[in-house]
Design a protein around this ligand. Structure first.
Ligand code: SAH
Ligand code: SF4
Ligand code: F3S
Length: 575
């Protein structure tokens, strides 16, 4: 039987983008064919996010459209994967009977069999159309969810076994199999990759669904991580971003490792008091985050840029900062959300640090890593939530004070969104009116915009190394390539499979996304890329050289002008 065609769209964070890539690789290997438009696809999969209500609404509206389509196309198989599937569970299928497959982020290794069953079931229901009822169709849904209780049980290692296999079986393909239709996205994707080091989260910030959707914190064995990095490097990757919800909390105890079927298992997060300047047990029996960074740097030398997100402020020991300082290919970029500048609100959020402790970290990090005179400044970015329950004008002013004091390169500002199942939802009234949340959001964005602009200006006249990601959007428009129908998402091509992805953050929530200014001229090609410090750079290349050949490489660019977070320049002949 030939496999059906699949359209996969991704919402949410980088963790979800990586999950989509792994799922696509797995299905592709089984013979599923991926298409880049939903029309005509026989299977539609949404890999969803639940972090704010707005993220969920996008999926609800897509599902509403599919319910209409399915009336004319009853063979269509619809799958909801990821955090919304886990959070809402079977209630989602009751609300949206159009859904045939429900698969949480901790169960993605089971997706091929769920899909296969769902496809066969739909075919047989169709042949039995006269007698099948809505209830039959609902009960035919294929569901794999972890549920909170089982996930936090002692059998954690075994439960993670097959999920770990999904990461280990990652498909990498050499650069020369690049998809002709999507040259830029394909090349970048293969030159830049995510590698998971930790699953889940144990922090339980009171507003956050992630510990419920992604489960308990589990650290992957360092050997698995390093092997994956080597495999990617062999396939042409030069930039790796390590992923974890509190990525710098990584810690693997070798003596405590469990082996199942000859495979060392990911390890349940052992709690240790954060804020240690140095891990007292670092050494042969423990691989700390600092050890992991330095091992990847030493053992996978062809990786030119090593990044990691998202960091937790209390878990930055001096050992990590020293490793970043002493290893030139580790980027001087830290994404370390503060969430609020008010101690009272931080406490209600259960963030586990005070403003003074956060600022102490920022100063210490700058002390170790901010070396603009050597051409290596430190960029810090953050996240802020405004309108948390009980937040007052004075709390908000304190947050503005923190933004001013830290001087983030960019900062995502989110309006508090109450999430069912979280402590804040259960215990605290969402009592800040939306109009005030909006006002605070705009004020914080204005302040951050000014700071982003001021920091960007410091780059004018400098020559910076830029990892070239692709043609700029303006250049694509110039070449009359129509924007994607999904509106605002980007398309990534992975081994010939197209994955649509939407950034977690909406543009209006970020004080950094400057519109691209300046129509590229016909005599030049405009490319876009990123600096080591994560600044977005647009630069012109004379049209007499093949600009596309630069995509996926790191080139020197002389910065001539800036607009908020975006830097504009031209390819430089010399450093
Ligand atoms: N693990 C990361 C963040 C993951 S969620 C960390 O702790 O830093 C990404 C961001 O979404 C968070 O930093 C927070 O700013 C925001 N966020 C999470 N839950 C939210 C909610 N209920 N309402 C508004 N913003 C939220
Ligand atoms: Fe959510 Fe807090 Fe964990 Fe980040 S650290 S994922 S905000 S619970
Ligand atoms: Fe990521 Fe959204 Fe889940 S931010 S972890 S996809 S809730």
């Amino acid at each position: 039987m030939s496999r059906p065609s699949v359209y996969l769209e991704t919402f949410g964070c980088q963790m979800n983008e990586l999950d989509s890539e792994l799922v696509a690789g797995q299905l592709h290997a089984l013979g599923y064919r991926f298409v880049d438009e939903p029309e005509g696809a026989q299977v539609i999969l949404y890999n969803t996010c639940s972090v704010r209500e707005h993220a969920e609404q996008k999926v609800w509206s897509r599902l509403g459209e599919l319910a209409i389509r399915k009336q004319d196309d009853p063979a269509l198989v619809v799958g909801v994967l990821g955090c919304l599937a886990e959070r809402d569970g079977v209630a989602l299928v009751k609300r949206m009977p159009v859904v045939d497959v429900l698969c949480g982020p901790g169960e993605l290794d089971k997706l091929p069999s769920l899909l296969d069953n769902a496809y066969r079931t739909r075919q047989s229901l169709l042949s039995d159309r006269a007698t099948a009822t809505d209830a039959d169709r609902r009960s035919a849904s294929q569901v794999a969810l972890q549920g909170n209780s089982s996930r936090r049980s002692a059998t954690l290692a075994a439960a993670q076994d097959s999920l770990e296999m999904l990461d280990l079986s990652r498909a990498t393909s050499p650069l020369d199999t690049m998809d002709e239709d999507h040259p830029s996205a394909g090349a970048v994707r293969k030159r830049s990759a995510y590698v998971r080091i930790t699953r889940g989260c144990n922090k339980f910030c009171t507003y956050c669904v992630v510990p419920f959707t992604r489960g308990a914190e589990v650290h992957r064995p360092p050997e698995h991580i390093i092997d994956e990095c080597k495999k990617l490097a062999d396939a042409g990757v030069i930039e790796i971003t390590l992923l974890g919800q509190t990525v710098n909390h990584y810690r693997f105890e070798h003596g405590a490792a469990v082996t199942i079927g000859g495979v060392v298992q990911p390890q349940k997060g052992r709690s240790y008091a954060g804020g240690h300047r140095r891990d007292p047990f670092a050494g042969s029996s423990v691989t700390t985050f600092a050890d992991l960074l330095s091992r990847i740097h030493e053992e996978v030398a062809s990786i030119e840029r090593l990044r990691f997100v998202t960091s937790y402020p209390r878990d930055f020991g001096d050992d990590v900062l020293e490793v970043i300082r002493d290893h030139p290919r580790v980027c001087r970029y830290l994404h370390v959300p503060a969430q609020s500048g008010s101690d009272r609100v931080l406490k209600l959020m259960n963030r586990g640090y005070t403003v003074a402790e956060y600022l102490e970290f920022v100063d210490r990090a700058r002390g170790f890593l901010h070396e603009p005179e050597k051409g290596r400044p430190l960029s810090i970015s953050g996240d802020i939530i405004v309108g948390f329950p009980t937040e007052t004008e004075a709390d908000f002013e304190a947050t503005i004070g923190l933004i001013e004091r830290v001087r983030y390169k960019n900062c995502f500002i989110f309006k508090y969104s109450p999430r069912p199942g979280t402590t804040a939802f259960d215990k605290l009234d969402d009592d800040v009116p939306d109009a005030i949340k909006r006002r605070w959001n705009n004020t914080a964005l204005d302040v951050q915009s000014r700071i982003s602009d001021e920091l960007s200006r410091e780059s004018i006249g400098r020559t910076l190394d830029v990892f070239v990601e692709g043609l700029s959007r303006m250049e694509e428009k110039k070449r009359e390539r129509p924007a994607k129908a999904c509106g605002g998402g980007v398309s990534l091509t992975i081994g010939g499979k197209v994955i649509h992805s939407h950034a977690d953050e909406d543009d209006e929530d970020c004080g950094c996304s400057a519109p691209e200014a300046g129509e590229p001229s016909a005599a030049t090609t405009q490319l876009s890329g990123r600096t080591d410090g994560d600044h977005i750079v647009f630069f012109d290349v004379p049209s007499d050289r093949r600009a596309e050949e630069l995509i996926g490489s790191i080139v020197p660019v002389r910065i001539e002008r800036v607009q908020r977070l975006s830097l504009f320049g031209r390819l430089s002949g010399q450093r």
